[in-house]
Ligand binder design. Structure first.
Ligand code: PLP
Length: 496
């Protein structure tokens, strides 16, 4: 299976090369040149397997240049070894009006672990396969969650180092502790004096600084990124849609072959796009419901065919969905049109005017698969309270956005296919908003008190990674200015 750019100008690559490159040189995203098909027999064959074994089989359909043994090693290191606190890795639980697919049993308690545990393994295997001997330095600017998930995924992975910049004072206390207590011989965490934009633009400038990259290259170091446009972050996410379906058949919730719906809390469009790949491969999926928060650019797009990022940006209680450019949508547009020149044109318009219009015909085609709506903070909190009261189940804010939209979809369309709400974070990660929603007092309590408050109401215990923060030693205390980030990178490289 070969990969090429959604903008058409980057040749045909093996998956290992596409994963090492991340972004295509023409600015596009790598896509597989055809989508492998799965059938009822394939799904039935997954039923007795562990999550790791299911993952290896699904990945094998896409990463055809990796051997079966290589994939087996990658998935074992990613999901095994006690890093996940649930044997099923991504379990499905049943509530009164929907099932919930829990994707937050990994080391950092958010769904990004599903991909960021595996990407580093795919990358280091790709280095070996392609004979690249340079050290890869992963640079990340983070507003909180991605940084920690990337650190956990890349720690102690051979031939790779990771450096995370976060805005000084711009992340929560728990998020800062999660990063600054990070262990691993190949990791560095540095605070940047400034806000998230300063950290992010600083990292972008380093990526595009040719002289600096040349200097790194002389020391046999090359830069790479772990963000969600990398194919190696998307392909692991296809697995849990298929695995959830297999589990629903096995526990008798649905019959083999029966179509189901998924509702996905969406930011960068990566998670829901993986669901689209699963459907295109032949998984019996009827509708993919795209749930947004007040930054509802995707809701408008799915209703009008116009993508327009020229709008106010809102800070919500679902920070991981506070996004106005959903990069992975570019892949959907390619698969729906098969036309790289048209996609390149729209992306050009997005860059220059912040807007593009796909027209009615394509919109109709997209609406056959997708439905979109959004929930504000008040509706999100009301859902957390209602789900808690009806099921004694505590869901996080992002999951509650999806739950709200899933119910609205069912009410408005009368569609009775079984609904799976994709749950992207442990409620403990967003404990303040969750406790407020279920009516608990939070004033005067610090974040560790809040963990205990929530534990008293939740059947799931406090995740070990969060509970241990109270006593873990702080390892990383460095701070730099935006204009000294390059020096910080050089110092890190020279040190090890
Ligand atoms: C990243 C994230 C999302 C959004 O996922 P996308 O793939 O960017 O659409 C939703 N919820 C949580 C908790 C996240 O961390």
């Amino acid at each position: 299976m070969k990969y090429f750019s959604t903008r058409g100008d980057a040749g045909r690559l093996d998956s290992a090369e596409a994963i090492l490159k991340g972004l295509a040189p023409d600015g596009g995203l790598f896509v597989p040149e055809q989508l492998p098909k799965i059938d009822a027999d394939f799904l039935a064959s997954l039923a007795p397997l562990s999550y790791e074994e299911r993952a290896a089989k699904v990945l094998g359909l896409y990463l055809t240049d990796y051997t079966a043994d290589e994939l087996k090693g990658c998935v074992t290191r990613a999901y095994g070894g006690g890093k996940f606190d649930c044997g099923k890795r991504a379990p499905v639980v049943h509530l009164t009006d929907a099932s919930v697919l829990e994707l937050w049993h990994g080391p950092t308690s958010a769904f990004k672990d599903m991909a960021l545990q595996l990407l580093p393994q795919l990358m280091s295997t790709a280095l070996r396969k392609t004979g690249v001997t340079d050290t890869v330095l992963i640079l990340v600017a983070t507003s909180g969650d991605t940084g920690k998930a990337a650190l956990e995924g890349f720690r102690d992975v051979p031939q790779i180092k990771i450096m995370v910049f976060y805005p000084d004072g711009g992340v929560s206390r728990i998020q800062r502790l999660q990063m600054c207590t990070q262990e691993g011989a190949n990791v560095n965490v540095t605070a940047v004096r400034g806000n998230f934009d300063d950290a992010q633009s600083g990292v972008k400038e380093i990526f595009s600084d040719e002289a600096f990259n040349k200097k790194l290259k002389e020391g046999e170091v090359r830069l790479s990124s772990a963000n969600s446009i990398n194919w190696g972050r998307l392909v692991p996410q296809i697995v849990y849609y298929i695995s959830a379906y297999v589990d629903l058949v096995a526990d008798g919730t649905i019959k083999a072959g029966e179509e189901i719906n998924f509702t996905v809390p969406t930011g960068n469009f990566g998670d829901i796009l993986a669901g689209f790949y699963a459907k295109e491969m032949g998984l019996p999926v009827h509708k993919l419901v795209c749930a947004s928060n007040a930054n509802n650019v995707l809701t408008d797009f799915l209703r009008t065919g116009v993508y327009d990022r020229n709008r106010d940006f809102f800070k919500t209680i679902t920070p991981s969905m506070d996004i106005l450019i959903s990069s992975n949508l570019e892949r959907l547009l390619y698969h729906m049109t098969g036309d790289t020149a048209t996609v390149a044109g729209w992306m050009q318009q997005l860059a220059s005017t912040g807007r593009y219009d796909i027209g009615q015909d394509l919109l109709t085609k997209i609406q056959e698969v997708f439905w979109g709506d959004w929930a504000d903070d008040a509706a999100t909190k009301a859902t957390i309270k209602d789900v808690y009261e009806k099921n004694h189940y505590v869901c996080d804010t992002h999951t509650a956005v999806a739950y709200t939209v899933a119910r609205r979809y069912q009410e408005q369309t009368g569609d009775g296919h079984h609904m799976v709400v994709v749950s992207t974070a442990s409620p403990y990660k967003f404990n303040g908003s969750v406790l407020e929603a279920i009516g608990a007092a939070t004033e005067g309590k610090d974040e560790f008190d809040l963990l205990d408050e929530l534990a008293a109401r939740n059947d799931n215990p406090i995740p070990a990674g969060l509970a241990s923060l109270k006593t873990k030693p702080v390892i990383h205390q460095k701070t730099c200015e935006k204009n000294t980030m390059r020096d910080a990178v050089m110092a890190f490289i020279a040190n090890k």
